[in-house]
Write a protein that binds this ligand. Structure first.
Ligand SMILES: NC(=O)c1ccc[n+]([C@@H]2O[C@H](COP(=O)([O-])OP(=O)(O)OC[C@H]3O[C@@H](n4cnc5c(N)ncnc54)[C@H](O)[C@@H]3O)[C@@H](O)[C@H]2O)c1
Length: 252
């Protein structure tokens, strides 16, 4: 498929997991990709993999909690790769204290929506995607606590991801007149380094699998496929939604 031929995409958290799989998928569909990550070497690794496959790419070290750096990365993408048609706000962390979780998982996304969206609006349109989570739609039974008060950060991931769902609706309305579509994806549990600790415990994995009616965890490529769809003109009449890609987790 060449649905993203001639387009330029910026992906945050591009060095690992869902962001890496999505960068590779966007490139496979024809996009030039700016790979952005806090971990510069991993961003460069993804960019190199795209180049090895014959695609066009570049890499930048950016901390998405730094608003000015996010703005500059969007502009650098236009300078270096010639445009900005797709922005995937995907960088995120799990199991951290309250302030850190909100800074990366919510504020980081809002900076992308603010500055990436403004640039796209000026340039005549585009598609923004953000990675929310099933934790943006429901509470997580796997996060029940047994000590009180709950540790710092409890609920921060849920709050941040619910916030991403709200920002997606609001910014879809803000940019609707300017040809910029704004959507989010709500993954179920996906096999990435973010959940590597849990993946080492077979009992925990079996429990998590049982929460997904399809009976298994997801793969990063399955989120990438949804991201490529939302990025492309196949989704031309879709804006303001959060698409669950969760094996049925939120269907019950
Ligand atoms: N894995 C899951 O089960 C799952 C489920 C639902 C949602 N998500 C969300 O998917 C997104 C991607 O997570 P993943 O599972 O691929 O994890 P991952 O740990 O494999 O990748 C996250 C990437 O984000 C980068 N990053 C972290 N903080 C950053 C910052 N401040 N600035 C720039 N980059 C930063 C990391 O270096 C890493 O490369 C996150 O938003 C996460 O919350 C993951």
């Amino acid at each position: 498929m060449d649905r993203l031929e001639g387009k330029v995409a910026l992906v945050t958290g591009a060095g690992s997991g869902i962001g890496k799989a999505s960068s590779l998928r966007f490139a496979a569909e024809g996009a030039a990709v700016m790979c952005v990550d806090l971990d510069e070497a991993s961003a460069q690794g993804t960019a190199a993999a795209i180049a090895e496959g014959g695609g066009s790419s570049a890499a930048l070290r950016v901390d998405v909690t730094d608003q000015e750096a996010v703005r500059a990365a969007c502009e650098e993408t236009v300078r270096e790769l010639g445009g900005l048609d797709v922005l995937y706000n995907n960088a995120g962390i799990g199991r951290a204290a309250w302030d850190a979780t909100i800074a990366v998982n919510l504020s980081g996304v809002s900076y992308g929506l603010r500055h990436g969206g403004a640039l796209m609006a000026e340039r005549g349109g585009g598609s923004i995607i953000s990675t929310a989570s099933i934790a943006g739609l429901v509470g997580l039974v796997s996060s029940r606590v047994t000590e009180f008060p709950p540790v710092d950060g409890s609920g921060a991931y849920i709050a941040a991801k619910h916030g991403v769902v709200g920002l997606t609706r609001q910014f879809a309305l803000i940019y609707a007149d300017y040809g910029v579509r704004v959507n989010a994806i709500a993954p179920g549990y996906i096999r990435t380094p973010l959940v590597s600790e849990t993946l080492e415990d077979p009992e925990a994995v079996a429990y998590l699998e049982s929460l997904h009616p399809l009976g298994r965890l997801g793969e990063p490529e399955e989120i990438a496929a949804a991201a490529a769809f939302l990025a492309s003109d196949d989704a031309s009449f879709i804006t303001g939604i959060t698409l669950p890609v969760d094996g049925g987790y939120t269907a019950r």
